[in-house]
Write a protein that binds this ligand. Sequence first.
Ligand SMILES: *Cc1c(COP(=O)(O)O)cnc(C)c1O
Length: 484
Amino acid sequence: MSDQLDEDEQPDQLEQVLGAAHRHALSFRSGVGERPAYPAVISEELRRIAGGSLPETGEDPLLVVERLATLGQLGSVGSTGPRYFGYVIGGTSPAAAGADWLVTAWDQNAAVQSSGPAVSVIEEVCARWLVDLFGLPGDTSVGFTTGAQMSTFTGLAAARHHLLARAGWDVERKGLSGAPAIRVLAGDERHASVDRALRFLGIGTEALVPVACDANGAMRVDALAQALNGGALDDGSRRRVTIVCAQAGNINTGAVDPITEVCDLAESRDAWVHVDGAIGMWATASERHRHLLEGVERADSWSADGHKWLNAPYDCGVALCAHPDDHAAAMSVTASYIAVSHHRGSDRRDQINWNPEWSRRARSVPVYAALAALGRRGVGELVDRNITHARHMAERLAGEAGIEVLNDVVLNQVLVRFGGAEEADQVTTDVIHRVQEDGVCWVGGTRWRGRAAMRVSICGHNTTTEDIDRSAESILTAFAKLGG
Ligand SMILES: *Cc1c(COP(=O)(O)O)cnc(C)c1O
């Protein structure tokens, strides 16, 4: 093999390799609806194909891509198909997938405008669209992160700055050592990424004050009021340095915290409100379901995930903040080589100032594409359709003796338990395994209030009522075979 660049072959090779990737991608996507929702392959087989030692000399790029296509075909779950109901995983809509391919082809560093004006402007427009769609204050600032984990990190970093600056403490310069203590009130049904963000931020998980939730997993207002009144006053002022983390879309039940009441209480105590709306923020686009998030525009910061309900590809988290100065104080950077690389015009928005990453892909482009292809109404219809699917699934299953739907289906989540009181944990686990083996759909398991449950999460753009019926049949058959 020659390591000489052959000027004639290079364009050919790019065409060959991208052409192969294109063919394999289309073949995977067109067949995904009829493949088992979870692949039958075992990891050993995948390791045999992928493994071996690092090649000393490079391989033909076409062969590399062919091998990867084989691995993906053998060992990918059907999360872009219509009957994958695990975790909270949306598929990728055609517009978003096409946009993501362009992002790779352009390969812009979406950190600053001068390293890619087009993607910078697309991000700016997309940010405005999201603020509009969610119904947030017009000057809300937006950062595009890897996911809700880093969006919550960003929102809480802005909160940390705001609250401590108010108490006369410059946390960006001095850090947290010696700072007034921050306490964080969050439902005991919060997503674990809140705890992790507090670890990253040096606030620490001991700062958490868990607030009791109601039967469906939403924060109880009386418990929040009580928690807000408890605890010691901080040293410097009569104010407590408090963050309240509300949730829109419980990972198990879909429950939404009572945001208006949370904001009323927080406001009376000068607390910062962050809303983890990884799943639920999209419901603001629905006329029928927006009421669930009533008052959400009163919060101080928000997390949302494009890669869940919007059906954008991965790496599409959104961090929003009602206090752009606090957001920028926590995230912005200056560096000599950025400052002297100004693109023409002083109104530029450098993306790096709004998210924790430095170099990164132009992840807002597929979000832009998904929003453009759906429009406001389309996002609302997607949300409504999936909620109708979730309710239909719940009705199909709850109609059978020995099956109990554990949650009030408010969004896209259904929790199901199988079998009589004594052995229900075991039966439920067995049903989940059988359904997974059957391959018609994929559902995961969880523990809800100490009891095993099947978790059905519906957020695919290509899921139909027929898919719900086929999946319900598979679940009912699995239960029947276990003697249910
Ligand atoms: C998925 C999810 C997260 C984590 O989001 P990532 O995008 O995976 O980082 C946080 N909170 C809630 C409620 C979620 O559903």
